[in-house]
Design a protein around this ligand. Structure first.
Ligand code: UFG
Length: 328
């Protein structure tokens, strides 16, 4: 069934590719993005872009009504673990306060379905790996705590009225589609930084610590292709349409260390990629690897691009076609 979907943060990395794929699947889409981190050129042609914040209740209500929206996908957020430890107030304001205002606007406009862009960051340092949704949620950084706080708001709201929600806890998004990719300024994520070093636009990479309890001492993450992540949102919209709610992990179920990522990027690009060992970054758990079996079972979702080399290759191709990223 076709839906009319408001995508907040639809000019950002995961948002832009989700918008592209939602529109491709026949849904009507409108994007709300304040362009603080997103890019105008990242919004698929033909999709309306409203420039503004999710905390602006009057604006959100107007967009919901004018576009006859029935479901919201909420990406707009501050999303950097390191930065969140330095600017906690900004993270709670953007991710919790503005998120709560979005829910108020939805309630006033009678829109009762939301897909939320949550994070593996809610789990903190895992007690068991792979991590399932029933694993205790004890964030070890501010970013993860803001995501958990918004999930709690959703849970209470859904218990008190007819709100339905799907919360998607992403592990580490990677890769690109043909047209859209990753362009953060400044860039702090591992794979684009590694590829900038490969491309020669950044001199060197610092690996943040080799004294973790992992086989090579560097942190392990579960990288998941951004096209697969995006498709999970379409499956979530369909689930909401069937009256279902839920919380789902989205990952590959496989972990790669920082050094594994450098090796894979060397083999994809054929470049040397110099790096040096640096100190630990605050807030980094040693190992985050997903069990996504619930999403497979209930959303019918399985990753179609599980190979790290495929993701890095897609990101490398996109970077080659967009040297320097988006025009603005
Ligand atoms: N890393 C380096 N050097 C760098 C950059 C990163 O060694 O220059 C390391 C990090 O310490 C970490 C790993 O590479 O161990 C991945 O770091 P990223 O910054 O790419 O990603 P994070 O795991 O910190 O966080 C990402 C998203 C979050 C999300 C999380 C879920 O930014 O929004 O994945 O696992 F919550």
């Amino acid at each position: 069934m076709s839906s009319s979907v408001l995508v907040t943060g639809g000019a950002g990395y995961i948002g832009s590719i989700t918008v592209e794929r939602l529109a491709g699947a026949g849904h009507r889409v409108v994007v709300l993005d304040d362009l603080s981190k997103g890019h105008r050129a990242a919004v698929a042609p033909g999709v309306p872009l409203v420039v503004g914040g999710v905390g602006d209740v009057e604006l959100v209500k107007r967009v919901l009504r004018e576009h006859d929206v029935d479901s919201v996908i909420h990406f707009a957020a501050m999303s950097l673990v390191g930065e969140s430890m330095e600017r906690p107030g900004d993270y709670y304001e953007a991710n919790v306060v503005h998120g709560a205002r979005l829910l108020m606007a939805m309630a006033e406009a009678g829109v009762r379905k939301i897909v939320f862009s949550s994070s593996a960051g809610v789990y903190g340092e895992p007690e068991t790996v792979p991590i399932s949704e029933s694993h205790p949620a004890r964030p070890v950084n501010v970013y993860g705590d803001t995501k958990l706080a918004f999930e709690r708001i959703l849970e209470w709201q859904a218990a008190s009225d007819d709100l339905r929600y799907v919360s998607l806890r992403y592990f580490n998004a990677a890769g690109a589609s043909e047209k859209f990719g990753e362009d953060h300024r400044p860039e702090t994520h591992l794979i684009p930084i590694v590829l900038e070093v490969a491309a020669g636009t950044r001199p060197e990479l610092a690996v943040f610590g080799d004294d973790y309890e992992t086989p090579d001492g560097t942190c392990i993450r579960d990288y998941i292709d951004v096209r697969d992540l995006s498709d999970a949102h379409i499956a979530a919209i369909d689930a909401l349409g069937r009256g279902e709610s839920g919380i789902y992990n989205l990952g590959n179920g496989e972990g790669w260390s920082v050094l594994n990522v450098i090796d894979a990027a060397r083999s994809v690009t054929g470049k040397e990629i110099p790096w040096k060992m640096g100190r630990r970054r605050a807030g980094d758990p040693a190992r985050l690897v997903a069990s996504s079996s619930l999403a497979e079972k209930e959303l019918g979702w399985t990753p179609e691009h599980p190979e790290l080399e495929d993701m890095i290759g897609a990101a490398w191709d996109w970077m080659g076609r967009h040297p320097g990223g988006y025009p603005e």
